[in-house]
Design a protein around this ligand. Structure first.
Ligand code: HEC
Length: 180
């Protein structure tokens, strides 16, 4: 019995040690995206908010949020460009759905106002921009990566990223502005 208890405590301690070490090492998980060799940065879902936007047209209706790691948030708040090496910006995209649940309550609270609430529904994809001015010198110092369900997009898709971000050259290729 004593031995079993010891084994359990030891395994528990080891497991929590590994859990503790994983985020500290900053290791990314899964398959790397083509061209730029970027993996999904661990812990990105806990990063702070830069801004949100909404995209609609054709048969597309999306809610989007941009999150930044600590380096990104500092640079955005200071309004500094170019962004320093180590900056990572994450763009999370969801399908957008109108919320009957919210609308019913809003109709009671604001009768006749016709308020319409829509919410983020299911994840579509997540994109990253990683600043490394040496490694990605050919693309303005940015590496680009796109993942759907944790799987990277094709090489052809990744070839489209930088050219489309070029119009934002005077803001270091970043479209999103920090929402105060
Ligand atoms: C058709 C043009 C276009 C293409 C192609 C494109 N982007 Fe963007 N990207 C934008 C625009 C416009 C925004 C800001 C508005 C938005 O997010 O809807 C944006 C925003 C972003 C952001 C948030 C930071 C910022 O610049 O605002 C990231 C990260 C990002 N894109 C990554 C990528 C990656 C990775 C690819 C390639 C897989 C890619 N983009 C391809 C136009 C494009």
């Amino acid at each position: 019995m004593k031995r079993i208890v010891f084994a359990l405590v030891a395994t528990g301690a080891l497991a929590s040690m590994i859990a503790y070490m994983a985020p500290a090492s900053g290791q990314a998980d899964g398959e790397a995206a083509p061209i730029y060799e970027i993996k999904i940065p661990s812990g990105y879902r806990d990063w702070r908010l830069i801004s949100v936007n909404h995209l609609a047209g054709g048969n597309l209706k999306q809610m989007r949020a941009q999150l930044g790691n600590d380096v990104a948030i500092k640079a955005f708040r200071e309004g500094k460009v170019p962004f320093p090496d180590g900056t990572i910006i994450a763009a999370l995209h969801w399908t957008e759905a109108s919320s009957d649940e919210n609308n019913k309550v809003l109709a009671i609270g604001f009768p006749g106002a016709g308020l319409q609430s829509s919410v983020a529904e299911s994840p579509v994809n997540v994109q990253f921009m990683v600043k490394d001015s040496k490694k990605y010198a050919a693309t303005g110092g940015w590496g680009f990566a796109d993942f759907k369900d944790g799987k990277p997009g094709t090489e052809a898709l990744h070839k489209t990223c930088f050219p489309c971000h070029e119009p934002a050259k005077d803001r270091d290729y970043v479209f999103t502005r920090y929402a105060r």
